[in-house]
Design a protein around this ligand. Sequence first.
Ligand code: PAF
Length: 282
Amino acid sequence: MHLFHHKKELVSHLENQRGQNLTIGLVPTMGALHTGHLSLVKRALSENEVVVVSIFVNPTQFDKKDDLEKYPRSLEKDIELLKKVSDKIVVFAPTVEEIYDNDVKSQSYEFDGLDKVMEGEFRTGHFDGVGTIVELLLKTVEPNKAYFGEKDFQQLQIIRKMVELKKLPYTIVGCPIEREPHGLAMSSRNERLSKPTREEAKFIFGTLQGAKAKFGTESATNIADWVKTAFNNHPLFDLEYFEIADEATLTPMLKKQENQKYRAFIAVYADGVRLIDNLRLN
Ligand code: PAF
């Protein structure tokens, strides 16, 4: 296990590895690692000789100061977890100064409109922040492949779009959502839920499954109304959005088209914690 806090040392280590013709996988994370992250790391290890896991809570992708401050941080625990997975892992855990110097701000990106809906609508500047850090990590690590979870499906599509538009020579790999035993999508934010809320949060995935069951016979509007009513009647959760959208363009489905793939996307507040999830519908 190697641990680097500085770009320069990481780059020089990776140059050496590349010189030995070893392939490099990158798993960008914000730490507070859970089984979902570890599944990305294991996939990366199965496809590459060297795997870099970055652990960096990126300030520019948070639209709320409070959310950034409360984001769980557990570097030592994360490193212990990774050591148990493999000693081939290289951890890159920079400080904010190392990444941004004294200028903590995002670049502006063009994502072909993928950033204008859902998360982009509710979290101003979020995807510019994600684009900024992911582009920097890709250009620093120069991986053969980089791995991202489908829980943040919009983020995954946006990163694919950035790589395509900027003609970056990296393969982006999307990996399936890992769920807690009762169905809640794994997220570092789940740690901030009380035990009863975390248990009850199976309701979110249950609702997505309900939407999927209705998808064959009902319109998107009817399904969205059904979801809104279900959340209005629930004492613990506040629905921020529910959307059925085309997987490729992320535009809301108006009329079902043959050969198009659709997903249901949801964002919910529970105990003041924002949770997102999604499910392929066809
Ligand atoms: O998905 C995340 O954890 C973050 O958005 C990422 C990709 C590590 C960028 O900070």
